[in-house]
Write a protein that binds this ligand. Structure first.
Ligand SMILES: *Cc1c(COP(=O)(O)O)cnc(C)c1O
Length: 356
């Protein structure tokens, strides 16, 4: 692989030479038998990763495409937007731009969404949809998904949309068992594929809802995705390179084993957490609600974060993130997503010690 600065930002993450080789395989026709065989091959593995019996769809868009599509396909009466950081806050704005009746359930950045607050909001009967980010990448918060899903079970008419962009395949999430109606993810985070593509699955309940919602458009119409998937196709020419790369990655994932993969992410995350304490920093996310695939470090030592980021890059050719938007400089983020091993994460931490 050509020499480059290695990414430890929380997406895009480092993409291996093996994945890049699959990404640049010779092109095939998207209406050919070759393509159908490719989709047929990845599909059962994707269902296993999502832990669903529902069809899994391939979207040539970044995750935001499917986040917006979920609003346009499902929201009729109103959407409750669980907001606890940059991505979830933005989703509320997107819902309003789609002309939907949207209400915030906002907590301070660094805090988690409390299932009791979701319950109180849903009891008003104003909402038919809830959107939630499982792992809020900007703050490093992981929301209590099983507990929130338990609350949703009391409201069978409400659809739950869960963004698992920075947790998918790094943390166990069982879509069907949890009763998730739309589960979506992007490719450039824990899957360690190039950016610009996303995967999602939709429950029977949500598909039935979508059928009755007008003005779903074409490119992001869930019903169209379903119709095309039944023929092992997509409604337009997809990014075939991404699907080749996905096929290669899925083989690696099941070779490692799902549980081993989750355990590896937990171990590398623990290494980062131990370093945070040892280096005298604090965590941005509250205790008990910290994501396992990245760490948002609170700059409690008051260091020059921009300098840290710069020095790490020039001296060690490693790239970390200097904090998202309003918490830039007050925090920095270290990713342990994707292919990272204990050896590689330990190396990152040693280099951080060196430049500090
Ligand atoms: C990165 C990220 C997104 C946005 O992904 P795009 O590929 O930029 O569309 C959405 N949600 C979460 C939680 C993310 O981490």
């Amino acid at each position: 692989m050509i020499p480059h600065d290695k990414l430890f930002i929380p997406g895009p993450v480092e993409v291996s030479a093996k994945t890049m080789a699959a990404f640049s395989r010779p092109m095939i026709g998207h209406r050919s038998e070759d393509f159908k065989n490719l989709y047929r091959d990845v599909h059962p593995k994707l269902q296993k990763l999502f832990a669903t019996k529902q069809p899994v769809f391939l979207s040539t868009s970044s995750a935001w495409g499917v986040m917006e599509a979920s609003i346009r396909n499902l929201v009729d009466r109103g959407v409750l937007c669980c907001m606890c950081g940059a991505f979830s806050d933005k989703w509320f704005d997107v819902a309003r731009r789609c002309g939907k009746n949207a209400e915030p359930l906002q907590v301070d950045w660094g805090k988690h969404i409390n299932p009791k607050d979701v319950d109180a909001k849903l009891a008003t009967g104003k909402f038919d949809t809830v959107v939630l980010i499982h792992s809020e990448t900007s703050t490093g918060v992981m929301n209590p998904l099983p507990e929130i899903c338990c609350t949703l079970a009391k409201y069978p008419d409400v659809a739950l949309v869960v963004d698992t962009v920075s947790s998918f395949s790094g943390v166990k999430i069982d879509m069907d068992a949890l009763g998730i109606d739309v589960m979506l993810t992007g490719t450039q985070k824990a899957l360690a594929l190039p950016p610009g593509f996303s995967l999602f699955s939709v429950s029977e309940k949500a598909l039935a809802r979508a059928e009755k919602i007008p003005n779903r458009g074409y490119y992001f119409d869930f019903i169209e995705f379903k119709k095309q998937q039944a023929e092992w196709m997509t409604q337009s020419t997809p990014s075939i390179g991404h699907i080749h790369a996905l096929q290669s990655k899925l083989a690696e994932i099941f070779e490692e084993g799902l549980d081993a993969r989750f355990a590896r992410h937990a171990r590398t995350n623990t290494l980062v957490h131990d370093w945070v304490r040892r280096a005298g920093f604090d965590f941005f996310a509250e205790e008990g609600f910290r994501t396992k695939t990245l760490t948002c470090v609170r700059n409690s030592r008051g260091i020059d974060v921009a300098k840290l980021v710069r020095d790490l890059r020039t001296k060690h050719h490693l790239v970390i993130d200097g904090g998202y938007g309003p918490i830039k400089g007050k925090s920095f983020r270290l990713s342990n997503m994707g292919d990272e091993t204990e050896e590689m994460v330990s190396q990152l931490l040693a280099c951080l010690d060196d430049v500090l």
